[in-house]
Ligand binder design. Structure first.
Ligand code: FAD
Length: 414
């Protein structure tokens, strides 16, 4: 396994449960995660449950009651998901957790399962022959294995074996910030995950660590990025982007970390993730824009699918038919992830609408039946192991259909 992020560790754990010898090669000096909260939807809590890790994950995170979408300009509620009902619908909870807590949980699980965890092992080259795959690290050490799974993130070295592409800049940037709830000087309902959607910006907050911490994410389109300037996403742009938003959003901005920010890149979907004995997993295969909150989840699903096929394709002598395993993995995961990647781009556009289109979007969201799960079945249902199990996508609703809600044209309001 190359890369010890959430994708690499969860896949290492899944494979170690089959009694396989797994070695994780991580480039950094220590295993760890930078960043703030992660939303973990039922398609992932189902897998954490299978791994026997769900109860511990829940105890380290928060299981909120509602997810609410509000307009960032006037603060009005647009639509919501009843997360307790969602749990009944899909059989598993929607939870939020600090990414370092989830990463630590997976790291402990790997240690307990006997996974060999190696740091300062930046992989620079890959090779393979009929019997084995090899990787070479920065220091010249060569490791060999029956298969190499590359979970080396957005700037994956392994990906260059399969495709000559570059990360795609969205010109959006994310600021994050976790603060002790005791220090928050505005009313906060920690039973809710809230997203405020606004013109070219959005703001998310929810509780972490049993409600002791508040996680906040502020995302906006950078004018400097659009103008082709190098130093884009700076704090002055953050303040300007949210100047027209409702009080509660603006009051949150001083609590963001202002000394670091994350420029938002994804990559175009690809169908080929496997070359012989080497396979991509997680962001290396499918880095998304984060609007569906499914990046880490897809990575965890990848590892689960891989291990399920390895288990199925194990011979009587315990040996695994890796060619068939990787082929079954590649038959099902790229299409699912393509759907998430493209939907995330569209979802982001919908969140960030301005003018008349914002009014149309708000009318459609307000009219949505909160018991309607037809928009989430394709994603929160059980992870498909075979292409024929992949559920159908939802029917997109055109913005222009906002007119039909009231039988008269939706008008621009102030
Ligand atoms: C603002 C924001 C919010 C998000 N919110 C959510 C959310 O709510 N829910 C969700 O599911 N996802 C979310 N995501 C996406 C999620 O964070 C990522 O998709 C996920 O962390 C990817 O995990 P990974 O293990 O594939 O890659 P990474 O986390 O990038 O891990 C890659 C690992 O490989 C190591 N590495 C890199 N190169 C090498 C090399 N050459 N040799 C050895 N090791 C190497 C790195 O050091 C790192 O440890 C969000 C992302 C952002 C930016």
């Amino acid at each position: 396994m190359v890369g010890g992020g959430i994708g690499g560790l969860s896949a290492a754990f899944a494979l170690s449960r089959l009694g396989l010898k797994v070695r994780v090669l991580e480039r950094a000096k220590e295993f760890g995660e930078v960043g703030a909260g992660l939303q973990i939807a039922p398609n992932c809590t189902r897998i954490l449950d299978d791994y026997g890790l769900l109860e511990e994950a829940k105890s380290r995170g928060v299981v909120p009651d509602r997810m609410v979408m509000r307009d960032a300009v006037d603060g009005e509620e647009l639509t919501a998901l009843d997360l307790r009902d969602l749990e009944r619908e899909y059989g598993f909870p929607y939870m939020v957790i600090h990414r370092s807590d989830l990463h630590a949980l997976l790291l402990e699980a790997c240690r307990d399962a006997g996974v060999e965890l190696c740091t300062e092992q930046g992989v620079v080259a890959y090779g393979q022959d009929a019997d084995k795959a090899t990787v070479t690290t920065e220091s010249g050490t060569v490791h060999e294995a029956a298969v190499v799974i590359a979970a080396d993130g957005l700037h994956s070295v392994a990906r260059t074996l399969l495709v000559d592409d570059e990360p795609v800049s969205s010109a959006y940037v994310a600021y994050r910030g976790t603060v002790a709830v005791a220090e928050v000087d505005r009313p906060i309902d920690l039973s809710e995950v809230v997203v405020y959607v606004g013109p070219r910006c959005h703001f998310v907050h929810y509780g972490l660590r049993g409600g002791a911490l508040l996680n906040q994410v502020a995302v906006f389109q950078s004018p400097k990025a659009l103008a082709g300037q190098e130093d884009w996403g700076t704090p002055d742009e953050l303040d300007a982007a949210f100047a027209g938003t409702t009080d509660i959003v603006r009051q949150s901005l001083p609590h963001m970390w202002r000394d670091k920010w994350w420029r938002m890149y994804d990559r175009d979907p690809i169908d080929t993730w496997v070359q012989g004995r080497i396979a991509l997993l997680g962001d290396a295969a499918h880095p998304p824009l984060q609007y569906m909150a499914q990046g880490a989840i897809m990575a965890i699903e990848d590892g689960w699918v891989l291990a399920e096929h390895a288990k199925r394709l194990r011979g009587p002598d315990g040996g695994i038919d890796w060619a068939a395993t990787l082929s079954a993995y590649e038959a099902v995961r790229p299409e699912h992830c393509r759907r998430v990647l493209t939907t995330a781009r569209e979802w982001g556009e919908l969140w960030h609408l301005d003018g008349f289109e914002r009014v149309q979007r708000n009318a459609l969201l307000r009219a949505r039946d909160i018991d309607d799960y037809s928009f989430t079945d394709w994603i929160y249902g059980p992870t498909a192991l075979f292409p024929e199990d992949e559920p159908p996508m939802f029917e997109p609703v055109p913005l222009s259909s906002a007119d039909r809600i009231t039988d008269e044209p939706v008008h621009m309001t102030a």
